[in-house]
Design a protein around this ligand. Structure first.
Ligand code: GCW
Length: 678
């Protein structure tokens, strides 16, 4: 049945003409399977070819006919060694997929320096078939631009997931380590298929229990499932763990007893999990304990953990997501203020993990000014894949354009072209350690992600972590073909719909640079009026600042001066209302209702127009989908249709609620053309 469990790895039979052509290129398979990774790669290839082509190639030791596939490393395959292909640039994870002659026969080779590269190459080759690409003259050379490509699971040990909208945690802690769900392997396959090589298993709001021997056995069992797929496990750790499970009185990073506790804990972990990745830490943020509790800095805390992990090759991913009530002025400034002065103070095995924007995973934020501001520290990107602020499971919002917008943004810190992508892939400041993390959207729902289209967000995250310069549209195109069909009449409108979906959500939720208007707590639905949150910086009015005169957060030099956290040319641009891109207008400026935008219309008019346009876009998406009935299975078709209807209803709710509320501030009538019919 079409329940979405297969994700994009649907090896369903291809159209017969394609299949016939491909079969002649898959006549034989020469491929070792003596290591777990080799076996995983060979199993995947056979499974994929069997499903797509309705037949599997004959396994063989030598090439005896045209159309063989040879896959492996020069070390594991004498045939491949003899070809002397240039694998220099590939590193440990890269691969080649090439059409070439072997022993007088045309053949396809999948070659890498390490087994894991072969597995990645196999997935690439299968993708070419799934998307019906020509494979007669292949010359693919791929390697990841970013070293740590990690999913952060915000999974609690009781099985719930913070900001998870796809069921419970897929980690069944009760039955681990003795029962290994087959689902763990499918999870690893899906991750490996897009190059994800790390998984942080537990929530950043961490529980000390994860570091007890009982849980570490369970973690080790998961690590053993993931290992053949090139995925390392990491753990979120609670900074005060030495107190909670170690019996110490404090967790001060300068206390030798505390340092010893962490060293011994790290040693114990590596006894069980020799390739353990390291720790992720949320400290002194939203009530979590941290080094500042003892008057120490983030660097002191991170370095203590880094020293414990360093002998084993582990890393610390220290989060920069900090804000506090004490900061009355502007929450958006705090991370930069706390971390920038620490540049150069972190150990070499520490990465600073920075959310893409300076507030919190909003539908649109300018990139965080930390990117480019700490050249001596490897900065890791943190994206959110789960749609906490973007309609949870039901709204169709493809996040590729959001990720791409941030990655391609120019920080200008080192002249033109100093993009965020170049900061995080290490190219700009010559870091060898680099990383990109995504807060996962995965749960026990049959379709993993709560909706079919949410699967695309897991997919695009992985592909961009592998290469942050890829285009979101090209990735969407691959995903649609793999997930649904190669029929152009379906692919084109659906890709267009996906590409426009994020802007639609921005329009019906928070257009023109507005942010954090969501209901307190749930973050679902509009509540710009809500004064109930106990903290000022949790109240929407803190962000929108609407009054009789205007709306928007003044972050210019006459306001909070957050603009000066950016490189001087950008700071100047954002400081000037005339030069600020309108998509960030109310992020940086408090603007009068009658201010004229580039269109010549007033701000009030444009605000109403954007909200209305967002709703219209969703109606358009529904219209597109209505025309596509019959191209795919009825199960998935119907669910998407139903979810789009929910989205339309809620887009309308957002629009009406926000306009009504802001109208109570602006006192302006609805502009002509937008007034409701009498
Ligand atoms: O977006 C906010 C969420 C919290 C989350 C926090 C964080 C894991 O509302 O649920 O906690 O960010 O990223 O630490």
């Amino acid at each position: 049945s079409e329940d979405g469990y297969e994700l994009w790895l649907r090896y369903h039979p291809l159209a017969s003409t394609q299949a016939t052509a491909y079969r002649s290129r898959a006549s034989q398979l020469i491929m070792a399977s003596s290591t777990p990774t080799q076996a995983a790669a060979r199993d995947e290839l056979l499974r994929g070819l069997g499903g797509l082509l309705g037949q599997t190639p004959r396994l063989s030791d030598t090439v005896t006919r045209d159309g063989a596939i040879i896959a492996g490393t020069p070390a594991s395959s004498p045939q491949l060694a003899r070809l002397r292909l240039d694998t220099g640039q590939l590193g440990n994870e890269g691969y080649l997929v090439r059409s070439t002659m072997v022993d007088g026969h045309p053949a396809t080779v999948i070659v890498a320096n390490r087994d894991i590269g072969v597995l990645y190459g196999v997935f690439h080759f299968l993708r070419l078939l799934q998307t019906e690409q020509p494979i007669d003259h292949l010359d693919v050379r791929e390697w990841p631009r970013i070293k740590l490509r990690v999913l952060d699971h915000w999974d609690n040990l009781d099985g719930s997931i913070e900001r998870g909208y796809a069921g419970a945690s897929i980690w069944d802690w009760w039955k681990l380590p003795d029962w290994l769900e087959p689902r763990y392997t499918d999870y690893a396959r899906a991750d490996a298929s897009i190059g994800i090589n790390g998984a942080v298993l537990d929530n950043v709001n961490a529980e000390a229990a994860i570091l007890t021997p009982t849980y570490l056995q369970k973690v080790a069992a998961l690590a053993s499932v993931f290992r053949p797929y090139g995925i390392r496990v990491y753990l979120s750790v609670r900074f005060s763990s030495p107190m909670e499970i170690g019996g110490l009185k404090a967790a001060d990073p300068s206390d030798p007893q505390v340092q010893r506790w962490w060293r011994e804990k790290a040693d114990a972990i590596y006894q069980l999990i020799p390739d353990f990745g390291g720790f992720l830490v949320k400290a002194n943020s939203e009530g979590q304990p941290g080094p500042q509790d003892y008057g120490r800095t983030h660097a002191d805390g991170a370095n203590m953990l880094a020293d414990a992990l360093a002998p084993h090759g582990g890393v610390v991913m220290w989060r920069a997501f900090v804000y506090s009530q004490a900061n009355k002025d502007d929450r958006a400034k705090q991370a930069y203020e706390e971390f920038k002065p620490l540049d150069g103070q972190f150990r070499p095995n520490v990465l600073l993990q920075v959310k893409n924007g300076s507030v919190d995973f909003q539908p649109r934020e300018p990139f965080s000014p930390l990117f480019g501001a700490m050249p001596k520290t490897p900065l890791m990107m943190e994206f959110q894949i789960t749609k906490e602020y973007l309609g949870f499971a039901t709204h169709l919002v493809y996040l590729g354009p959001l990720y791409q917008e941030v990655l391609s943004a120019d920080t200008l810190v080192d002249g033109k072209g100093s993009t965020v992508a170049k900061v995080i892939d290490g190219a700009l400041d010559r870091h060898t350690l680099s990383g990109m993390a995504g807060a996962a959207n995965i749960g026990t729902d049959r379709d993993w992600c709560g909706s079919t289209f949410n699967q695309a967000n897991w997919y695009v995250f992985g592909r961009l972590a592998w290469n942050p310069t890829l285009s979101a549209r090209a990735i969407a195109d691959d995903w649609v073909r793999m997930t649904f069909t190669n029929d152009e009449a379906f692919v084109r409108p659906v890709v267009d719909m996906m590409m426009g979906s994020r802007e639609a959500a921005v329009d019906y939720m928070t257009p023109l640079g507005l942010h954090h208007l969501m209901a307190y707590g749930s973050h679902y639905g509009p509540a710009p009026w809500d004064t109930s949150p106990p903290r000022a910086d949790w109240r929407p009015a803190y962000y929108h600042q609407a009054d009789r005169h205007g709306i928007g957060f003044d972050r210019t030099r006459t306001g909070s001066d957050a603009v000066d956290q950016y490189a001087p040319p950008l700071a100047a641009q954002f400081n000037d209302i005339k030069q600020t891109p309108e998509q960030y207008l109310l992020w940086f400026h408090h603007v009068s209702w009658d201010y004229r935008l580039r269109s010549g219309h007033t701000l009030w008019y444009e605000l109403v127009a954007h909200y209305t346009h967002g709703v219209d876009e969703v109606k358009q998406m529904q219209e597109t989908w209505r025309r596509l009935d019959g191209y795919i299975d009825p199960e998935r078709y119907r669910q998407v249709a139903a979810f789009l209807a929910i989205q339309e209803k809620e887009a309308q709710w957002w629009r009406d609620a926000c306009i009504a509320y802001f109208q109570s501030m602006s006192g302006r009538p609805l502009p002509p053309g937008f007034a409701p019919p009498q």
